[in-house]
Write a protein that binds this ligand. Structure first.
Ligand code: GDP
Length: 531
């Protein structure tokens, strides 16, 4: 028992979010480097460079230089067991990010110091705010000309509506970036020369150390003294409770590429970010320290590695300990099963785990039984975690196979990709599967579908875009409710999702209003908990 408590207390599970190019991959690599999980950073310079960051694994990601899916990386650092959930930066894959954030206990938001809050930062932040996830901010690229730090903080507060607390403060930027002043330890970390492989050599000096005055150019020294005075007079107390409730974001300045301030950030972040937090299930709040195993599936991914053509369900352990070969209950199917070969992933390298604890993410070989949001638990202590909402797609197309002889592969491919949550599929009631209606949030998802069907299932498709832009799930399930009798505009379409739920596709918001105005009892929802 003491072991269980210690193991769980030592775990830290977080996601890294950013607008593309802000430096998420670079900072992830630096973390792995400090933890000894990799020997050398990929040094992702240009996106065309042939060497890729360890966390980008799919072929399409390599070609496009974007992260399509989230990967999970585990490493140890200073006695802590750390799980990093990488998330796609591109907005077309926000839904995947949302699901990943359900599995995290906090998020690190990487911001480009010359740009401040960008479009995708805003979107991803909203998703964190919806769940009250604690957010830590790393303002990156201080080795380039940066915006004024006061302005950057103001930007975060105004744009995102969250309080900020600068844990450290930059001394200059660009060529004049000399280090940071650590407000909590009341000392200056002055950097001495760059080293891309390791944390740079740094000297820790008290703010009134005379060496400091000699070390900095006169104007920078004066600015530093003024800043320190201003900050101490600001009267904003550091409040860890507010951080844990997602109301206050601790802010750090640094440069991931040149290794300025990344390790000091990691150390402080690990002290402040919470150990595994409790999750809500039907029977109440599940305490992570509860010895009975429970977990939920937040991601399904097929064919991650050409050498293993299989499908992996990723689950976040919410309570207790998992041991290899243990009997578990898959609640949604009601089946007992043995999770024989759970895997932990270090990007492309997989290793079999013998045990895992609350806070950990494990990948389980999935013979096609799991769906996103499913619960897996100790058969004697059944619980059901609340589902992961499915968001309304905004783009629709009819998709069919070019070669009619390949219908079987087509159906299998489309269904599997939809089960993974990479796309949503709909059918007209009573229609066959010769063609399906595919719904996505971003147009790149269509391209991923096309690419994967061709490469993994050997099926070429024809896609015809549809004019619909809005979808609503019909919530009525009364006996006397007949969807065919609804009064709808002629361009509104009735369809069903994979689980047989009824939906309406609309071309405009006006048509939604028409539907609700002309059908008194109709209840519509813009997301589904059990799609
Ligand atoms: P991601 O899209 O957020 O994962 O961003 P990457 O980590 O791939 O970084 C995007 C680009 O910015 C790459 O060319 C990096 O080398 C560069 N970069 C990342 N961090 C820094 C930094 O601290 N300073 C500078 N100058 N460039 C950086």
């Amino acid at each position: 028992m003491a072991d269980l408590k210690k193991e769980i207390e030592n775990r830290r599970t977080f996601a890294i979010i950013s607008h593309p190019d802000a430096g998420k991959t670079t900072i992830t690599e630096k973390f792995l480097l400090y933890g000894g999980a990799i020997q050398e950073a990929g040094m992702v310079k240009g996106k065309k460079n042939s060497r890729h960051a360890v966390s980008d694994w799919m072929e399409i990601e390599k070609q496009r230089g974007i992260s399509v899916t989230s990967s999970v990386l585990q490493f140890r650092y200073e006695g802590k067991c750390i799980n990093i959930l990488d998330t796609p930066g591109h907005q077309d894959f926000s839904e995947d990010t949302y699901r990943t954030l359900m599995a995290a206990d906090s998020a690190v938001m990487v911001i480009d110091a010359s740009k401040g809050v960008e479009a995708q930062t805003r979107k991803l932040f909203k998703v964190c705010a919806m769940r009250g996830v604690p957010i830590f901010t790393f303002i990156n690229k201080m080795d380039r000309e940066a915006r004024d730090p006061y302005e950057l903080l103001e930007d975060i507060e105004n744009e995102l509506g969250i309080g900020t607390y600068a844990v450290n403060w930059p001394i200059g930027s660009g060529k004049r970036f000399k280090g940071v002043y650590d407000r909590m330890d009341d000392e200056v970390i002055a950097f001495e020369g760059a080293d891309f492989r390791h944390e740079v050599k740094a000297q820790r000096l008290s703010i009134d150390d005379p060496i400091l005055e000699g070390m900095l150019p006169e104007d920078q020294y004066q600015t530093l003294i003024d800043d320190v005075e201003l900050l101490s007079g600001a009267g904003d107390e550091f409040d860890l409770k507010a951080v844990h409730e997602g109301r206050l974001s601790p802010v750090f300045f640094g440069s991931a590429l040149t290794n300025f301030g990344v390790e000091p950030f990691l150390k402080k972040f690990l002290q402040m970010t919470p150990p595994p937090t409790a999750r809500t299930a039907d029977i109440g709040v599940i305490d992570p320290f509860d010895p009975h195993f429970s977990a939920f599936v937040f991601k399904i991914q097929a064919n991650m590695n050409k050498a293993h053509r299989d499908r992996v369900a990723f689950m976040r352990i919410c309570s207790g300990k998992f041991e290899r070969g243990q009997d578990v209950l898959h609640v949604q199917s009601g089946k007992k099963m043995v999770l024989a070969a759970p895997q932990q992933l270090m990007a492309q390298d997989r290793s079999i785990v013998d045990e895992a604890y609350a806070g950990d993410i494990i990948g389980i070989f999935d013979p096609g039984v799991f769906s996103i949001g499913d619960t897996v638990c100790d058969p004697k202590h059944k619980c059901v975690f609340s589902g992961i909402p499915t968001f309304a797609p905004e783009l629709f197309a009819v998709v069919r196979q070019k070669d009619t002889l390949k219908r079987k592969q087509f159906v299998k491919g489309v269904e599997q990709i939809a089960q993974e949550g990479a796309i949503q599929i709909f059918r007209e009631p009573n229609a066959g599967m010769e063609s399906v209606i595919v719904g996505v949030v971003g147009v790149l998802q269509f391209e991923v579908l096309e690419y994967r069907l061709k490469n993994e299932y050997n099926v070429e498709i024809i896609r015809e875009n549809l004019p619909y832009e809005h979808v609503r799930w019909v919530e009525n399930d009364e006996e006397d409710f007949d969807i065919k009798k609804l009064q709808l505009t002629s361009d509104t379409k009735i369809v069903e999702d994979l689980k047989g739920n009824s939906l309406l596709l609309f071309t405009s918001p006006w048509n939604i209003t028409y539907a609700t105005d002309h059908n008194e009892n109709l209840r519509l929802a813009d997301f589904s908990e059990n799609a």
